[in-house]
Design a protein around this ligand. Structure first.
Ligand code: BTX
Length: 324
């Protein structure tokens, strides 16, 4: 750990109390001037630090930077988020997570970036990832599940996101099957789940999450102004991305464990209670066909159950949904 990171950890850990520059200098066996220089650098990065004579330094406010020291205090997990790869600008965190997953990194390794130049959604669609305004991250999970159980992880993730938003912001979001999280009917979060597997075994599931946090409406590209929203737009407040990331890790680990231990039923019940899809008349567009009908539920393996006009039920694996 660098001297600056050590000083930052001390300031954050002091919870608003003064820490002595001399004590830190002694602990690290460096000069007091070296500590003072670190404090000045942190101030330049946006930390508000007061210097009190004979007492030391007090941290009053932190900028919304993605730093391990800001995320770790929120973690209650065993593994998720314990190995963090934090980057500034990348093409796509999914891409990096795929490469890392092949290097045997531990279960729960999290790749986060401040911005993405080539963020992607399903079917190679664009995911806009404005610098510093949202959460753009990919979790490398190595769950004890069969390959057939992997697709449901998108739904498990959706439940974890809803719980996180409720816990941190008090906002009650809803799920639109299969992978959209909505607030007041607009998209706040997208999920992209991808698999690395041997013929008989999951190597890793890369769970990509893109969440709009501190954008204002003018920050969105024209293509998405009418369909996208952010936590700031919906609540009127700015939010600390690091707290949300920490809570996402807590909730994801909890629900993936629940899925591993008890199967899909408990998740299915929660998912259906948060869904805006069930009970609606809709059009489902798939690659080869378009179907209209009423969404009557999801199956034990996460497929949407669509009741067609003739009364028959069709199971849908993946589609774009439009409400009629
Ligand atoms: P999706 O295919 O369901 O949604 C993509 C569509 O959503 C786009 O075609 C566009 O209409 C709309 N959209 C694009 N950007 C945004 C945005 N910021 N907010 C709201 N709507 C938007 C959803 O795919 C899955 C997205 C996963 C994104 C994460 S970010 C971290 C990770 N890295 C990466 O490249 N992808 C994932």
């Amino acid at each position: 750990m660098s001297t600056k990171d050590y000083v930052l950890n001390k300031l954050l850990g002091a919870n608003g109390k003064a820490i002595s520059g001399q004590d830190i200098a002694d602990e690290l066996e460096v000069s007091r001037t070296a500590i003072w220089k670190c404090v000045k650098e942190l101030e330049e990065e946006g930390y508000s630090i007061e210097s009190i004579r004979k007492k030391g330094y007090v941290l009053h406010d932190s900028p919304d930077v993605l730093h391990e020291a800001h995320i770790t205090p929120y973690l209650k997990t065993e593994q998720y988020g314990r190995n963090l790869i934090i980057l500034d600008e990348v093409e796509s965190t999914q891409k990096i997570a795929h490469d890392e997953a092949q290097q045997e990194v531990p279960n729960g390794t999290l790749v986060i970036a401040d911005s993405q130049t080539g963020g992607r959604g399903r079917l190679a669609r664009t995911w806009y990832s404005a610098h510093g305004k949202g959460i753009w991250m990919s979790l490398i999970a190595r769950p004890h599940l069969s390959i057939e159980q992997a697709p449901q992880l998108t739904l498990v993730t959706a439940v974890a996101i809803i719980q996180t938003l409720k816990e941190v912001t008090g906002l009650e979001a809803q799920i639109k099957w299969p992978n959209d999280i909505l607030l007041n009917g607009k998209k706040i979060t997208g999920i992209l789940t991808e698999l690395q597997a041997d013929p008989d075994r999951i190597q890793a599931v890369i769970i990509g999450i893109g969440m709009n946090v501190n954008q204002q409406i003018t920050d969105f590209e024209d293509e998405i102004t009418s369909i996208a929203t952010s936590l700031r737009i919906e609540s009127g407040n700015k939010w600390e991305r690091t707290e949300i990331i920490g809570e996402l890790m807590n909730q994801l680990e909890k629900y993936v464990h629940m899925y591993e231990a008890h199967g899909f039923s408990p998740i299915k019940m929660l998912w259906e209670s948060y869904s805006v899809t069930i009970g609606k008349q809709l059009t489902a567009r798939m690659v080869n066909e378009t179907l209209r009908g009423e969404a009557v539920g999801i199956s034990e393996n996460g497929l949407l159950q669509l009741k067609l006009r003739d009364g028959s039920i069709r199971s849908i694996y993946s589609a774009d949904i439009e409400f009629d």
